[in-house]
Design a protein around this ligand. Structure first.
Ligand code: XMP
Length: 305
């Protein structure tokens, strides 16, 4: 396990030396890796760091506000790009096509904003397992979220390159980042788009965002799942008052896992499930049915797409 205080001192020196007099840009997602990176660089080089947070419109409830307040004392740029992402996703139903459309849009938005800052260095939250995964595959040079950038930077700074995830979490604690960042569940890069089956629309994202927030409120603190979330399956028949209507079917997933490669559903008490289903149907007008997914991985994946 890494010596946290020593690591923080070394990383700050490393960032300062690598940056010199240059401006440094980074993509801040709000996950633990990029948050730790931003916090270290803010200490190292202050205003010479420009973290860019792209609000894709596919983020969790309250995420953008959380990032804004957490990094308020940095040169943070929040890019409201939701319209661009929804336009890019229109008509796409295939999961891999969705991922591609989101990844490409993200790169274009990041490039545009990075150019505007005039930064010549790129900071990345690459950790040790990312390097192993990308060996022989995607090079970690000049890329964001695994995709190549069309900008030439003078250099790339990767202060977390020798750390494992649990060490990054320990460093987050050492830097005084809030527990909700330190113990953050994994959240997929394509965001809520992979939690809506079929075409992504603003209406569906709004519903699944509310459902996700309720699931997290009901389960995270009490049951500490490795990951939990809601997904929107499709429309089914429901009844509200004495009227039969079409309502959305929400699936809830809560799993235990070590690394996401395999997973087991959490055995939740009936009362907890029932309370959660009541909240989701009562608080989200378009939802008429909630199901709990009891499938392990394999054969099911954790996400629905
Ligand atoms: P699956 O669904 O493949 O998920 O069992 C395993 C873990 O990976 C996350 N996940 C993704 N993360 N981009 C990401 O950054 C993606 O496209 C993506 N798809 C799945 C998922 O949330 C789970 O933690």
């Amino acid at each position: 396990m890494v010596d946290v205080e020593k690591f923080i001192d070394q990383a700050i020196r490393q960032i300062r030396d690598a940056a010199g007099e240059d401006k440094v840009v980074m993509a801040l997602s709000g996950g633990v890796d990029s948050s730790v990176c931003a916090a270290l660089a803010a200490r190292a080089i202050g205003d010479a760091l420009v973290p860019i947070y792209v609000d894709t419109g596919l983020m969790r409830k309250g995420e953008t506000e959380r990032i804004r307040s957490l990094f308020a004392d940095t040169n943070l740029r929040v890019v409201d790009a939701g319209d661009e992402f929804f336009a890019a996703l229109r008509g796409i139903t295939d999961p891999e096509e969705k991922r591609k459309a989101i990844g490409e849009r993200f790169i274009r938005v990041f490039e545009r904003e990075a150019k505007r800052t005039g930064a010549t260095m790129l900071l990345q939250g690459t950790i040790y397992p990312d390097r192993i995964e990308s060996e022989g595959g995607i090079k970690s040079h000049h890329n964001v979220g695994g995709m190549p950038l069309d900008i030439e930077f003078k250099g790339v700074i990767e202060p977390l390159a020798d750390l494992y995830k649990d060490e990054v979490r320990a460093v987050a604690g050492g830097l005084g980042l809030p527990p909700e960042i330190q113990h953050r569940m994994p959240f997929p890069g394509p965001g809520l788009a992979v939690r809506v089956l079929g075409e992504v629309t603003e209406e569906k994202i709004a519903i699944v965002r509310e459902a996700n927030a309720i699931v997290e409120e009901c389960l995270v603190e009490e049951f500490r799942p490795w990951q939990c979330f809601a997904a929107l399956l499709g429309l089914g028949t429901g009844v509200k008052g004495d009227v039969r209507l079409h309502g959305w079917i929400v699936a809830v997933r809560a799993v235990r896992s070590r690394d996401g490669m395999t997973a087991d559903p959490l055995l939740l008490p009936y009362e907890a499930l029932s309370r959660m289903a009541s909240r989701i149907t009562a608080e989200i007008p378009g939802v008429s049915r909630v199901v709990y997914d009891i499938t392990p991985k394999p054969p099911a994946t954790i996400e629905y797409e």
